[in-house]
Structures are given as C-alpha cells and as structure tokens.
Ligand binder design. Structure first.
Ligand SMILES: Nc1ncnc2c1ncn2[C@@H]1O[C@H](COP(=O)(O)OP(=O)(O)O)[C@@H](O)[C@H]1O
Ligand SMILES: [Mg+2]
Ligand SMILES: [Zn+2]
Length: 245
C-alpha cells in the first residue's frame, strides 16, 4: 500500500469531508439524533465516512442539486436512450463488483442531456455502498493539482489519494484548455488508476474524439476508453424543449 504511507494516521477528524454529510442529512458526524425516542442512530453516510477517512480531504460531497436523484424521478425517468439508463441501473445494482473490477462509465452528450445527473446517481450509489468517492469537475481537479504543485509533499499526497479512492468521478472532461504540465499530471492519475484497476466515472460534452484528444491528450483518452463503458445520451437540451419555450 504505497498510498497509505503518505496519508498519516487515520484520525483526522477535522478533514473537509467529515464536515459535510454527502447526503445533507447529518452534521458530518455520521450520526443522527431522534429527539422523540431520545436515541442516536447511524446516518446513511456512516459507512462512507469510515471508508472516506482513507481518502482524507478529497471532495466527496454530492452537490445539493443532486441529493435526490433517483431512477423513478425527473429527470432520470426522462433521460434518453432508456437503454443507457438500464445500463446505469445494472452498474449500480452490482456497484461493488464493478468497482472491484475497475470498471467505469463515461457519459457523453450535448449540454443538458443528463450526464451530470447520471454520474451523480452512480457516485451516490457508491457512497451508499460505503465506498470512497472523489467528485470533481475537471477544471477544479486541475486547479487543485496546480495549487499543491509548490508543496512537494501535499502534491504527492493528493496524487496518492486520487489514485487510491474507490471511485474517481470527473465531470466535464475537456471543458478547459490547460498547460502541458497539468495534462501530464492528469495522465499520470488516469494511468495510475488504470494500472491499479480503479474505476472512474466521467462526463464530457465533446463528442468529437479528435477534439477531445487535442484537449486532454490522446493517451489519456485511450486509457479512459479502456476503463469505461461509453454511454452516449441522446436527449434534447432542456433549454430547447418546445414544452418550455
Ligand atoms: N433527458 C432530459 N430531459 C429533460 N430534462 C433533463 C434531461 N436531462 C437533464 N435534464 C435537466 O436538465 C438540466 C441539466 O442536467 P445535467 O444532468 O446537468 O445535464 P448535463 O450534465 O448533460 O449538461 C437539469 O436541470 C436536469 O434536470
Ligand atoms: Mg453537466
Ligand atoms: Zn450523514
């Protein structure tokens, strides 16, 4: 476990992920209190908090907007094609198996077709199963990598943790141009996960593979292609929905 060496003792109660309940239910302690019966009980996030300690200070919080994502609710019940939704369901039904095998999902499609929603659904399922998850938009991930650059130790720590987490969820891959140095870092993370058989869930709205390769390098795209099942979403952009016009 080379990653564990850089992580220090697993006691950091003040780390960021422990302050926020990923489901917005408890105060980040993993416990809820029922005043009526005067009892404390485990929050849905409890198992996940324990797993997450291993991945200290990675971003693991489902954004408020996606707390309630579920198969039987809007918009997931309207996202097309339905075959893609069935595939997401099959993934989630056996999420442990898929994570253990290092399999991931790649949602692709134009803006407003439900990519982020479905990716959050997958992350939520992994968190609920007690697995550690890191959720980033690509621009934010690249910023963090850049920010830790000067402090050698924290930089290595970040890369170790990004490699060790059970699921790395990166939204909006290809959304931003960046420097060669950062692209090299991105490749090393993706490649380390590839070699370690660790899953990734990504979304991208760049449908042209060549354009995507130009943004994040061909090597990275080809690794992601091997790790992830591609799920093209065909739905309309909601903002162009005639019902709403
Ligand atoms: N297939 C769909 N039909 C109707 N509305 C949708 C669909 N997919 C997403 N939405 C809605 O559109 C908005 C954008 O969804 P999001 O998952 O962020 O899309 P993307 O990440 O593909 O841009 C959200 O408000 C969501 O509720
Ligand atoms: Mg999105
Ligand atoms: Zn909680």
């Amino acid at each position: 476990m080379n990653g564990a060496a850089g992580m220090g003792p697993i006691v950091a109660r003040d780390s960021r992920e422990l302050r926020d309940c990923p489901f917005g239910l408890c105060d980040g302690t993993g416990m809820l209190y029922d005043e009526a019966t005067n009892t404390a009980y485990d929050c849905r996030c409890r198992r996940q908090i324990i797993a997450q300690r291993k991945a200290r200070s990675l971003s693991a919080v489902i954004p408020r907007r996606y707390y309630d994502v579920a198969f039987d609710r809007y918009p997931v019940n309207e996202i097309e094609p339905r075959a893609a939704i069935r595939q997401v369901r099959a993934y989630i039904d056996r999420v442990d198996e898929h994570l253990d095998a290092g399999r991931g999902l790649w949602f692709m499609g134009p803006v407003g077709t439900g990519k982020t929603t479905l990716a959050m659904l997958v992350s939520k399922a992994a968190l609920t199963a007690g697995r550690s998850v890191a959720i980033y938009s690509l621009p934010r991930l690249l910023n963090e990598i850049r920010d830790t650059h000067r402090a050698e130790r924290s930089h290595v720590d970040l890369l170790d943790r990004l490699t060790a987490v059970d699921l790395l969820h990166v939204d909006d891959v290809g959304a931003e141009r960046t420097t060669d140095w950062v692209l090299e870092e991105l490749y090393s993370i993706v490649n380390a996960r590839y070699e370690d058989k660790r899953s990734m869930v990504i979304t991208t709205n760049i449908l042209d593979r060549e354009a995507l390769c130009e943004q994040i390098t061909e090597r990275t795209v080809s690794r992601l292609t091997e790790m992830c099942d591609e799920l093209p979403l065909l739905g309309h952009d909601r903002r162009m929905d005639p019902r709403l016009a």
